[in-house]
Design a protein around this ligand. Structure first.
Ligand code: ADP
Length: 278
């Protein structure tokens, strides 16, 4: 029974977050491969593409793996996968008696992405939404995730089909929202916050990427996209700004060269400290 007196028993038309809705949501739950073990799942969201969500996901994973946490990345950005490239992975995933085997990065991060399954990763994925969402679910249920302490889920931008599937099917412990100063940050954050609330998932905090550029000569910070409003927006929603990452050619080069694990700067340090608390 619902604890909402106006309940029509039709959750698809109601935004209430009552106990009966939670039951409804749980029915979408996808079960982990019986041989797998994943302790914590962190979703990485953004409002639109190109803000650096995948680069941030890759840097977070490189950091947690370096700190001794066995780390995995589930690349749920099926139509725009960029995780394998950031780690320089070109091999294809193989099967085993335990399930599909993820590919490993140089430092040992387990990675699954559609690019590891496509014969030619330059071919576009032209699939309908339910097929894409089903693939993400299969990445959770059919891949052999061996003793992972933490898994980062790189979600496609926005609040569409795939984020919904991830939130309903995977036991997400928290999400991180990546923004950049030139987007309509306030609107994007509001939408992501509302979605997380509807799905009962805590928001760990915000990361502002491409926040500023630093003059290599005098160290002065230049706000290329104008002044940032991330602090005001975060406080409106009672959220933390975890890191502000500058535009740094080293990051772009490391991603392009597949060397993100070799980056000699650590722009996501505060975020990782916050993640470790959960
Ligand atoms: P998204 O996943 O949001 O679409 P990407 O992570 O693919 O974005 O980043 C888009 C491009 O911007 C990539 O070429 C990446 O290397 C570059 N990039 C991301 N963050 C930074 C940064 N802080 N400084 C410089 N280049 C960056």
């Amino acid at each position: 029974m619902s604890d909402n007196t106006n309940c029509t028993n039709d959750c698809s038309t109601c935004g209430e977050n009552c106990s009966s809705r939670r039951e409804e949501q749980n029915s979408f739950e996808a079960f982990l491969n019986p041989y797998s073990s994943v302790k914590k799942v962190i979703g990485i969201m953004s409002g639109k593409g190109g803000v650096g969500k995948s680069s941030v996901t890759a840097m977070l994973a490189a950091n947690t793996q370096k700190q001794g946490l066995k780390t995995a990345i589930l690349d749920a950005d099926i139509t725009g996968p960029s995780i394998p490239k950031a780690f320089g992975i070109t091999q294809k995933a193989a099967g085993s008696d335990f399930g599909i085997l993820p590919e490993q990065s140089e430092s040992g991060i387990d990675i699954m992405s559609i690019n590891l399954l496509l014969e030619d990763d330059r071919e576009p994925v032209v699939w309908r939404g339910p097929v894409i969402a089903g693939t993400v679910k299969q990445f959770w249920t059919e891949v052999f995730w061996e003793n992972e302490d933490i898994m980062f889920v790189d979600m496609p931008p926005g609040t569409g089909d795939v984020p919904l599937t991830v939130f309903q099917s995977l036991p997400v412990d928290g999400i991180i929202i990546v923004t950049s100063p030139q987007e309509l940050v306030s609107m994007i954050v509001s939408k992501a916050v509302k979605m997380a609330e509807l799905m009962n998932i805590p928001i760990i905090g915000l990361i502002e990427n491409m926040s500023y550029a630093e003059c290599p000569d005098c160290g002065k910070k230049i706000n290329i996209f104008g002044e940032s409003h991330i602090d005001e927006i975060a406080s409106t929603h009672n959220l933390k700004v975890l890191d502000k990452i500058p535009i740094d050619p080293k990051i772009a080069k490391a991603c392009d060269d597949g060397m993100i694990e070799k980056l000699d700067i650590d722009p996501v340090k505060n975020t990782v400290e916050e993640i470790k608390k959960i």
